[in-house]
Design a protein around this ligand. Structure first.
Ligand code: ADP
Ligand code: MG
Length: 808
């Protein structure tokens, strides 16, 4: 049952009534307290914020039980009262009531309803959840002489003069000069001046609220909201004698802190406020609170109805600034409610998948342990923890759905390799997908090296650049079950590739957050089952985003780098400091180490960028005569590119000039200097990736960022990069600077659920709390079978959207 004050009140009345009706009213004459109990409960119910017709039902019940009844009357009264309550006890009653249109809100006709609909406001619930964008603190009147331009303020004064301006088309501007002992300000109405002029007259005292602007040498407020404090002395005859102290109207509670809404075009703010107030007055107690009571109590949160009231009609002693910043317990309730429902949806889907049949591997086999021992290094504790989590999943007869997060260079690949060994040693196959061919090629090389100590692993590369005959052979071997591991791009699952016994798919997403349609994998596993899926991110994603975007996945985090890494030193240089760059390159070469020089590649100006990179390569060649310089870019064909990369990896090439293609994962330990040209044009994650290319070996690395332009955002990015080398901190900064939409890019943003109240930057902690609570709820109450209302709430809020979230 929904937890609403309304529902509790109804049940409180129904309970004694039902008890009385039990066993054919057998106990009726032994219930002397019945009338009082029912009347009290009905009286309490009338104090709630419920629709007038509901309150009337409560009132009729109270009246019927107001005094002691004879046995016969009692029975009839109980029956009538139960009949009154029957429609209210329908589990969908409250939901349906707040989902209704504006019929019950006086003043909202069809035309108004249409205006509201244009702003997405279609129901009473929409009004209730349309939060004020700010608040006017009308308790504190500002002296007119102290009004600040650019701020909103409430002030009072007397109308000194007022007049219409010249007619323009159909309208005339009406303006009034308002003054107090400290100064004057002009109030202006471009529309509706006729109506205003009926009240705003010379000598009237009024209180006005609005945004103060400068107009030539004066201050003015356009379309202020006005309360008449005292009518003009002559007009009403109730004015005070000139010179007498004007009675200040003490602001009552309603005039204390007044919510200010983003109002649909054409609706006067005061009118809109009244509609919301009506919705709150008559419907707020029909809004459910779904958070687990323990969590709400721990955080000290008011129930949702109370939260809505505190937000729409703040207490006189509330802090308007906290309200505006949405930093109150009331706001936290709404945020957590929203996140909890979302995470419940994700948890339900997670649980559903966890029940799906899958392929149980044997990651504990001695051969797998031997592979761990044969690695060229020891796993770090962070890697061991992540490996245990992955291994536990692989051992289950249900598909793994896990996200592996770790900073650049934290060593995720080796865990992918071990998972592949577990599959192979269990007689199954694995596939690893990289976002680019270049990276697929490198992964194939890396995996062969890492798995050199594992005798029977057969690994192959399959990309569009692999020669036809070889590719055919690989496909045949996969289909025949002769290969254990195939490395490729997403094309692996779009083409005709058939697997004999696929059990594991590893997706190395790099920073692209590429989406793999889950359908593409469905049934591709051995026996028509779903394979285990491990998604690896290239650079960390802020936790709040990971938990919403990938909320139906389990999360493993490698939070420490392998030992012996010293973070790259970062140097920021500006236009004109080219000499310093040359010096650094020279010093690096003198030590026998290698250099990357990277240029941005913006699609529209690809040619221009390529020309810049080419020219720079020429200049470098000229400056460092006798040093081998290579240029790689996206337009080279695969063979040329890989030959160039191989020359650099072998140390033949000393300086590699490239457009940002190298960002995706080259791993050359002897390269220690990274020069990023036009650093201001790269994203934060990209810069972090690039910096991660140096300092991988024994020698410390240096990253030189050459900024040739600047904007607020680019400066913030560069500052974040100078500030820290921790990828998780950088991801947080990136999210803060860009916001979730930009951070993810348009395509991915579409996968983010549209959150009304939660802010993934501000509310990062609450996301984690909501996730824990949701997973816990679903564990205790599988499928939410015991709480159909909650299941319905999840569905109503997120039903359509959930399909879009996650790995598809
Ligand atoms: P990423 O997480 O960015 O994909 P990689 O898997 O490419 O990182 O690993 C980065 C480098 O660290 C590789 O050269 C890898 O061999 C090395 N590495 C991984 N784990 C360890 C470890 N436990 N000890 C030492 N070096 C390691
Ligand atoms: Mg990697």
């Amino acid at each position: 049952m929904s937890a609403t004050p309304f529902h509790e009140a109804v049940e409180a009345i129904a309970k004694p009534l039902e008890f009385a009706a039990r066993d054919g009213f057998a106990r009726l004459d032994r219930l002397p307290e019945l009338e009082k109990n029912v009347a009290d409960a009905a009286a309490r119910a009338q104090t709630l914020f419920v629709p007038p017709d509901v309150a009337k039902r409560f009132a009729r019940i109270e009246a019927a039980f107001a005094k002691p009844l004879s046995a016969a009357d009692k029975r009839a009264a109980v029956e009538r009262a139960l009949a009154e309550l029957a429609p209210l006890r329908d589990p969908g009653f409250a939901d349906a009531a707040i989902a209704r249109g504006f019929g019950e809100i006086p003043g909202v006709g069809p035309r108004r309803a249409q205006q509201l609909a244009q702003r997405g406001l279609r129901s009473i619930a929409d009004l209730l959840f349309h939060l004020p964008s700010r608040y006017d603190d009308r308790r504190a009147l500002v002296r007119i002489g102290e009004l600040e331009v650019g701020r909103r303020a409430t002030f009072s004064g007397e109308v000194k003069v007022c007049d219409f301006g010249p007619r323009r088309g159909r309208s005339r501007t009406f303006s009034a000069v308002l003054g107090d002992e400290s100064g004057v300000v002009t109030l202006k109405w471009f529309r509706g001046g006729e109506a205003v002029s009926a009240h705003v007259k010379k000598g009237v005292r009024l209180r006005a609220t609005g945004d103060v602007r400068r107009y030539r040498f004066a201050k003015e407020v356009i379309h202020p909201e006005v309360d008449i404090l005292r009518a003009a002395p002559s007009a009403a005859g109730q004015g005070l004698a000139p010179g007498a102290a004007a009675p200040e109207v003490a602001p009552g509670p309603a005039e204390g802190i007044v919510p200010d809404y983003a109002v649909p075009e054409g609706i006067p703010p005061r009118t809109f406020r009244r509609w919301v107030a009506t919705a709150v007055e008559h419907y707020s107690d029909l809004v459910p609170s779904t958070l687990p009571a323990r969590l709400a109590a721990e955080r000290g949160l008011p129930p949702t109805p109370e939260a809505l009231r505190r937000i729409h009609r703040p207490e006189p002693d509330a802090d308007p600034e906290q309200l505006r910043l949405r930093q109150t317990g009331a706001h936290e309730r709404l945020v957590l409610e929203e996140l909890y429902l979302l995470e419940l949806g994700l948890a339900l889907r997670h649980a559903e998948r966890a029940r799906e049949p899958g392929i149980a591997l044997e990651p504990a086999r001695p051969a797998v342990r031997a592979a761990v021992a044969a690695l060229p290094f020891r796993l770090t504790p962070a890697q061991q923890r992540a490996w245990r989590e992955i291994a536990a999943d692989l051992g289950e007869p249900h598909p793994m759905n896990r996200l592996l997060q770790g900073d650049v260079g934290s060593g995720k690949t080796v865990l992918a390799a071990l998972a592949a060994v577990a599959a192979a040693e269990s007689g199954q196959q694995a596939a690893l997908m990289a976002p680019t061919e270049l990276l697929a090629e490198q992964h194939a090389r890396t995996l062969r090296t890492l798995l050199a100590g594992v005798p029977r692993m057969k690994t192959a590369l399959l990309t569009a650049s692999v020669p036809r005959a070889e590719a055919d052979a690989v496909r045949a071997a996969l289909a025949a079950g002769e290969l254990d591991l195939v490395v490729g791009t997403h094309a692996l699952f779009q083409s005709e590739v058939r697997f004999a016994r696929l059990a594991l798919v590893v997706i190395d997403e790099q920073h692209r957050f590429g989406v793999l349609q889950r359908q593409a994998l469905a049934g591709r596993g051995a026996g028509g089952l779903h394979p285990h899926v491990l998604v690896m991110t290239a650079t960390p994603i802020p936790r709040s985003l990971a938990l919403t975007l990938y909320g139906d996945l389990d999360l493993s985090v490698i939070d420490a780098l392998p030992p012996g890494r010293s973070p790259a030193r970062t140097v920021l240089l500006r236009e004109g400091q080219g000499k310093r760059v040359v010096e650094l390159v020279r010093e690096t070469l003198a030590r026998g180490e290698q250099v990357y020089v990277v240029y941005p590649l913006v699609e529209e100006s690809e040619k221009v960028d390529l020309r810049a990179a080419t020219e720079q390569a020429e200049r470098i060649r000229a400056a460092f005569a006798g040093v081998r310089v290579d240029l790689v870019h996206g337009r080279l064909d695969a063979a040329e590119r890989s030959a160039a990369m191989a020359r650099f990896a072998a140390g033949e090439t000393k300086i590699l000039v490239s457009t940002s293609v190298i960002e995706v994962g080259v791993d050359v330990a002897n390269a220690t200097l990274m020069v990023v040209e036009h650093a201001e044009r790269f994203g934060l994650a990209q810069l972090h990736q690039l910096r991660g290319r140096v300092g991988r070996g024994a020698h410390p690395g240096t990253c030189v960022l050459v900024a040739r332009g600047s904007s607020e955002d680019s400066e913030a990015r560069l500052a974040a990069l100078l500030d820290t080398t921790d990828g998780f901190a950088i991801a947080d900064a990136d999210l803060r600077i860009r916001g979730p939409g930009e951070f993810l890019g348009t395509r991915q943003h579409g996968r983010l659920p549209d959150l009304r109240f939660a802010d993934l930057v501000r509310d990062a902690k609450l996301v984690a709390l909501a996730r824990e609570a949701a997973r816990d709820t679903v564990r205790r109450n599988p499928g939410l079978a015991r709480t159909p209302d909650l299941a319905r709430a999840v569905h109503t809020r997120w039903g359509d959207r959930l399909a879009l979230v996650g790995v598809g």
